[in-house]
Design a protein around this ligand. Structure first.
Ligand code: TYC
Length: 125
């Protein structure tokens, strides 16, 4: 099995669905294997980046945020903005921790720079 992700290079999936990086042996000085254990590895935790609705941030500003920081088309950005506007929150994307954190910081900094109260948070999936 090779899915092409950084976390699964050289990783095989066993029949029971568990994840293994292969056989790990504890060796004595002469190299004799005393114990054979499978090292379990897991895919990284993933985080949703969410936008929250408020009464003041202009719709156009939110659309620009979604296009700029989440690579959405204008049409997709408008759909997501309207969902947040109507339902209170919406998902901008799902990313590993560091990338999600960077997106949240970028949105907060951009909103602050333009003096809008737009809220952006992350939440583990
Ligand atoms: N509710 C805002 C308005 O009516 C628009 C808005 C949409 C604000 C999405 C924030 O995350 C948001 N101007």
């Amino acid at each position: 099995m090779s899915g092409g992700h950084a976390w699964d290079s050289g990783v095989s999936q066993s029949i029971d669905g568990g994840w293994s990086s292969g056989i790990m042996g504890t060796k004595s000085r002469d190299g004799t294997v005393l114990e054979v254990k499978k090292a379990k590895v897991k895919p990284p935790p993933m985080f949703k980046v969410l936008l929250l609705n408020d009464d003041y941030t202009p719709m156009e500003f939110v659309v620009v945020v979604l296009q700029t920081f989440f690579s959405m088309s204008r049409e997709k950005a408008t759909q997501v903005m309207l969902k947040v506007h109507r339902e209170g929150m919406g998902v901008c994307g799902v990313y590993p921790r560091d990338i999600a954190n960077t997106k949240v910081e970028q949105v907060r900094n951009y909103a602050q720079k333009h003096q809008h109260p737009l809220q952006c948070v992350m939440e583990e999936t």
